[in-house]
Design a protein around this ligand. Structure first.
Ligand code: H15
Length: 253
């Protein structure tokens, strides 16, 4: 249940119209394009496959800066029976967050920038022996169609931002992150009439990338073992949540 999920009344931005420019438009464009380019970077060099389970492959690149672990993560997964639109819908929409997230104490929307972009403030569960963490990030959802494919690609990007409604209050430590979920929909053995496409004909190929700076100090070994356990756990739980939510609903292309 979403007892800890509070929506601040669709805040001050009365100009939240589709396509409308706002103070974060240029940054969002730059970060989104960066992810799309990076998505095709291959994982053979410098990346370690740290977990594999069914269709899911979890890669990590070990990076440390001043003794702080900043390991980028890259996960590939294929989920049968759902579309990329459905996966991104349940990942982006505030109302479902507390139903699949197990690593949060609370989540709220503190600003609506446009119909595809909101600012979240989240308090994270203490998963390691250190100060509690929080995060403040814009979250943007979009779809686009490249010429050689009929199904659109869907993507959600979560990117740390500062906000007047989310001041840093020590001893709480702020997580800095740049996370993207990119989804492509594949239709297998497409029936002649698109109306006849069944869930058994579709699958979603997803890429989840995370650049996370946990802030403060965290022991490297502890953080790495938490990450190795928690990322696959999140993707398994989230994908079964989406399967369960969509099972008896019409397909959202
Ligand atoms: O992506 C995930 N969750 C979303 C929606 O809640 C938020 C996330 C984000 C986190 C921090 C800052 C900005 C945005 O995108 C699923 C996250 C699964 C995390 C698995 C736990 C890993 C523990 C080690 C890293 C600590 C930082 C948490 C990401």
């Amino acid at each position: 249940s979403s007892t800890n999920a509070t929506a601040v009344s669709a805040t001050g931005n009365h100009n939240a119209l589709v396509g409308e420019k706002h103070r974060l438009s240029a940054e969002i464009e730059r970060i989104v394009q960066g992810h799309l380019k990076y998505k095709y970077e291959d994982v053979s060099d410098g990346w370690d496959l740290i977990h594999q389970e069914g269709e899911m492959k979890v890669y990590r690149r070990e990076v440390e800066e001043n003794g702080l672990v900043l390991d980028p993560m890259k996960i590939f997964h294929t989920i049968k029976g759902v579309t990329g639109h459905e996966i991104c819908h349940y990942f982006w929409e505030f109302q479902y967050r507390m139903e699949w997230e197990t690593t949060l104490d609370s989540t709220k929307i503190i600003e609506v920038l446009d119909p595809q972009t909101v600012v979240f403030y989240q308090v994270h569960k203490r998963v390691w022996p250190a100060a509690q963490r929080d995060s403040c990030f814009w979250s943007h959802i979009r779809s686009f169609t490249s010429s050689d494919e009929d199904q659109p690609t869907w993507l959600v990007v979560n990117y740390t931002t500062s906000h007047l409604l989310a001041p840093i209050k020590s001893p709480q430590v702020r997580i800095v992150a740049n996370v993207a979920l990119i989804c492509e929909t594949v239709i297998n053995e497409p029936p002649l009439n698109p109306k006849d496409i069944k869930r058994e004909n579709i699958e979603c190929k997803l890429t989840y990338v995370a650049f996370v700076n946990p802030g403060g100090w965290v022991p490297s070994a502890a953080l790495r073992s938490v990450a190795k356990r928690e990322y696959p756990r999140f993707l398994k739980r989230f994908s079964s949540y989406v399967l369960e939510q969509t099972r008896d609903k019409p397909i959202l292309f």
